[in-house]
Design a protein around this ligand. Structure first.
Ligand code: ADP
Length: 160
């Protein structure tokens, strides 16, 4: 069994994240979407909400688990006996950000490989922060996020 972790903030989980996850499932036996507790200062969704929304958005997929996480991903991967970290690359500036992180994780855990996937070209512009910006200014994000995330954003808007 090859377990890979797909770590990130996922605030919120987007169609780009889902695209990467579906590609990675063709290669790995099991994938845990590992939701970072601490990365965004003013998150739209709490880590519990983010986990629940990822679970709802991946209900059609087998072999996917979701878990919150805080600390060093390399240590967590060792504890979980995961063989790889999955990350997505949209443009060259993603590589500049990802390369030192991947090398730092290799320094901490030499057997852990970081594996990069390219999303569908439809999603190369898409990020959680773009979704947050469009949402905060009242725009429509329904084509950019899985249905449960869109519904949760609507609920948030009507509660504001
Ligand atoms: P982080 O704060 O760790 O960057 P994100 O939730 O923003 O967390 O992203 C998690 C991973 O998913 C990163 O590797 C990021 O590059 C990738 N990613 C985010 N959006 C997309 C997308 N539209 N297409 C492909 N990869 C993406």
């Amino acid at each position: 069994m090859r377990l890979a972790l797909f770590p990130g903030s996922f605030d919120p989980f987007t169609c780009g994240h889902l695209d990467i996850l579906e590609r990675a499932l063709r290669i790995f036996d099991e994938i845990e979407v590992t939701v970072a507790v601490n990365s965004n200062k003013v998150p739209i969704f709490s880590v519990e909400e983010r986990c629940a929304l990822i679970e709802a958005s991946t209900i059609h997929l087998q072999r996917v688990a979701v878990a919150p996480f805080e600390g060093l991903i390399a240590e967590y991967a060792r504890k979980r006996d995961a063989s790889a970290l999955i990350r997505g690359l949209r443009q060259t500036n993603d590589f500049e950000y990802e390369q030192p992180m991947a090398l730092a994780n290799r320094h901490l855990h030499p057997e852990l490989e970081t594996v990069f996937f390219l999303p569908s070209s439809d999603f190369t512009f898409l990020s959680s922060s773009i979704v947050r910006d469009i949402f905060r200014w009242g725009g429509d994000v329904s084509d950019l996020v899985p249905e449960p995330v869109g519904a949760a954003l609507q609920t948030k808007r009507s509660n504001e």
